[in-house]
Design a protein around this ligand. Sequence first.
Ligand code: NAP
Length: 304
Amino acid sequence: MMYDVIIIGSGPAGLSAAVYAQRACLKCVIAEKLHRGTGQISEGGKVDNYPGIYGVSGFELGEKFRSHAESLGAEFYEGEAVSITPLKDMYKVSFSDGNAFDTRTIIYAAGTSRRRLGVPGEAEFTGKGVSYCAVCDGAFYKNKTVAVIGGGDTALGDAEILSSIAEKVYLIHRRSEFRAGAALQKRVSKLSNVEFLMNSTVSKISGEGKVRSLTVSYNAAERVLPVDGVFVAVGSSPNSGLLKGIAELDSSGYVIAGEDGKTTAKGIFAAGDVRVKNLRQVVTAAADGANCADSAERYIFENK
Ligand code: NAP
């Protein structure tokens, strides 16, 4: 089976690429790791910065992207891509189920994965009070006490979501300033049940069978906070492993590519959060997808 484009990843970047590839009549398939996955957006809270579509949940927006691609006849393949093999003028993409497809081009939109905090107790209590997704697990903490760790958009967004469920939310950040956008900071600062612990680091998560407390260091003094849940939101790392040795990555592992998505590997284009860029948002991911589909179409035409 030979495709014009294999899109790896079914988040906003991959789904936007699929819309443009379908409209360009390219023979295309979207490889998705999870059944009907739409990427990290499905775990996000309310989206209010995607032009024209606002006040919807991340899950709903992801479903809209997906149904748009489906309405144009996009083909999906449920399977984890495990390797990319460069062949003459094409690539072979192999999947964990043993299948492999040939393709002229690849749009690589594999996104990022949540980083671990790396403190004692984190691994032991993952799924037992330690979570990386407030939208998925927040409901378990009705009227309870939780902590969110981090200072970016994800952490403050998580604190906002959890404040409407839990009785008390500690927002623990290692610096005196947040990295999150100003509008979000302003909203969270007004929430009466969110307490900010700035210049503070978590050194341990403790419990018995499930989380009961965490230890926070501030100015060399330690404090034990009784909590029922810990939401870790300390950033993400790029899912770029498949491109190692094929396309150039930066020192943090993001795929080096410009707005046209062109990587250093001919016929491979990078879209979305996995690409080097300043602003990782749904709107920039969707724009990347469109640009990559356009670049793939041009590449195929020029290399006929
Ligand atoms: P991020 O912006 O990289 O922020 C990670 C936060 O975790 C930073 O505040 C960082 O502290 C802290 N941190 C990192 N390692 C830590 C450690 N070992 N211990 C304690 N704290 C640690 O990650 P993100 O919030 O997941 O966002 C990722 C990208 O997605 C960003 O570009 C963001 O804008 C975007 N995003 C956008 C939205 C939205 O617009 N609605 C929502 C979610 C994410 P320092 O500040 O000290 O480095």
